[in-house]
Write a protein that binds this ligand. Structure first.
Ligand SMILES: [Zn+2]
Length: 176
């Protein structure tokens, strides 16, 4: 599990435009205690590793590309027990000053609005993770929920649909 893990901590406060000018490449981890928004979303983060390359592209956009990899635990929405989860995602951002300039982006990049020189890199990483977490999460075995066979047909309704199944279907649709 831990092979190849970077040992250096990513800087929290960065000057992304300067990094782009200088072609900085960051590889490291985020101290898990720093990710409060994930905690608020009931995600217990075990490990966050990021590899981010800052550059100026051919359109003179200041861009950040790379990847994030997250090991975490979410609450299973069926049995409410912790469920391990690994998420990897690509990052493709262009550093912009405001909403207005974010609309002028060519489309290959998502805007990273940085209104001053320096910004909080962890906030950006956290947002990217939140965007890439599954909408709902379940153990991949049948946990904590009686199967249909186990249940006596007490209320005679065959029409019952599990709301979680509907969410799962919705999520599957969104993935396509
Ligand atoms: Zn479960």
């Amino acid at each position: 599990m831990s092979d190849g893990s970077p040992k250096n901590i990513l800087p929290r406060i960065v000057d992304p435009r300067r990094f782009c000018q200088q072609g900085v490449v960051l590889r490291g981890y985020v101290p898990v205690g720093e990710l409060s928004r994930l905690t608020e979303n009931k995600v217990v983060v075990d490990r966050v590793i990021a590899e981010l390359a800052f550059a100026v592209d051919q359109q003179r956009e200041r861009v950040v590309t790379g990847s994030l990899s997250v090991d975490a635990q979410m609450e299973c929405q069926r049995c409410l027990e912790p469920m391990p989860l690994s998420v990897s995602c690509d990052v493709g951002l262009a550093v912009v000053w405001d909403e207005e300039s974010s609309r002028e982006l060519a489309g290959a990049y998502d805007p990273w609005i940085v209104a001053s020189e320096e910004t909080d890199l962890y906030t950006m990483i956290e947002e990217e993770i939140l965007l890439n977490l599954p909408y709902v999460s379940y153990h991949d075995y049948s946990c904590g929920q009686p199967t249909v066979e186990d249940k006596p047909e007490e209320d005679g309704g065959s029409e019952k649909q599990n709301p979680f199944q509907m969410l799962q279907q919705l999520k599957d649709k969104m993935k396509q």
